[in-house]
Design a protein. Structure first.
Length: 57
């Protein structure tokens, strides 16, 4: 495993870890807000696509 992470071919893995670890930390820290926001947007787009006549335009 040391040779895998010390090899210069895997510099992209360092970038992905640097990007994803704070992102996952932010998502898990604000998990309730994240689920509420996803649910609200999903139901907004879902109602707009499924019931276009009942959407307030």
């Amino acid at each position: 495993m040391k040779t895998l992470f010390l090899n210069h071919k895997y510099q992209a893995s360092y970038i992905t870890f640097i990007v994803f670890i704070p992102l996952l930390f932010i998502i898990f820290r604000s998990n309730d807000f994240f689920k509420i926001e996803i649910r609200r947007r999903f139901f907004f787009f879902g109602n707009k696509t499924i019931y276009p006549n009942q959407s307030n335009q």
